[in-house]
Design a protein around this ligand. Structure first.
Ligand SMILES: [Zn+2]
Length: 243
């Protein structure tokens, strides 16, 4: 029997320490996250200091909260590969979570997250406000600043109990799911026309009385037409001129 080991993990964790590797050039970082089945905090290694330039430890020795993507690397010496900790793990992505919505510091310009896996022909980055239709296959690299803001909102909604982690779900997956749907369906959604009905996801038309409404699907064949009127959401108005 073989135990399946994930070949990639994506998680949010605080950086506990960052420094130079002992025996060679390059950096080492301990993060507040453990591989499944391991009792030790994960240590990540890398050669390129640019990658971790924005990971700054504060005066109390606390590091930032980052979103990591790691891929399984080589098997460690004298290990069987039975456990995930038998392998080296290569950091293929790191994103800061502290990106401020007020533009005080926009990490995207300074430290683009390392993309994983590398795409064969990455499309040129779009202007920041390009709407991405929901059903478009997601090839445009996401705007890191906007994604960071969506991540912050997702965490905020969870912490406030507005969108708590559903039973049976784990936190990180839920944060990612919220972040992605905020990003795709809100942040990058095209701006709707005036008088749009967000509840039924359709445009309203102006009626003869000047009010804005759209037809609602009939509940029974012999019912008269009914309307959803702006300002009276949740009502089923049977004569659009009666307001
Ligand atoms: Zn409506």
């Amino acid at each position: 029997m073989t135990t399946a080991i994930e070949s990639q993990y994506h998680f949010t964790a605080e950086v506990k320490s960052k420094g130079k590797q002992q025996n060679r050039d390059g950096w080492a970082m301990v993060v507040d996250w453990k591989l499944p089945g391991s009792q030790y905090d994960l240590t990540l290694y890398g050669q390129d200091w640019e990658t971790v330039r924005d990971v700054v430890m504060d005066e109390k020795g606390q590091g930032p909260l980052c979103i990591f993507t790691i891929n399984q690397g080589n098997l460690k010496k004298d290990k069987t590969g039975q456990y995930s900790s038998d392998y080296f793990w290569d950091m293929v992505g790191i994103e800061q979570t502290w990106i401020a919505g007020d533009g005080e510091r926009v990490a995207s310009d300074e430290a683009p997250p390392v993309q994983a896996p590398p795409k064969p022909n990455p499309a040129p980055a779009p202007p920041a406000r390009t709407p991405a239709p929901k059903d478009q296959p997601f090839e445009i690299p996401p705007n890191p600043a906007a994604l960071g803001a969506c991540h912050n909102h997702a965490v905020d909604f969870i912490v406030r109990g507005i969108l708590p982690v559903p039973e049976g779900r784990e936190l990180f997956g839920w944060v990612r799911e919220l972040r992605d749907s905020f990003y795709r369906e809100i942040n990058q959604a095209p701006v709707a026309p005036l008088h749009y009905c967000y509840q039924h996801d359709q445009e309203r038309r102006q009626g003869p009385d000047g009010g804005w409404g759209h037809k609602l699907p009939k509940e029974a064949d012999d019912h008269a037409d009914s309307y959803c009127i702006e300002g009276r959401e949740g009502w089923r108005v049977f004569d659009a001129s009666q307001r």
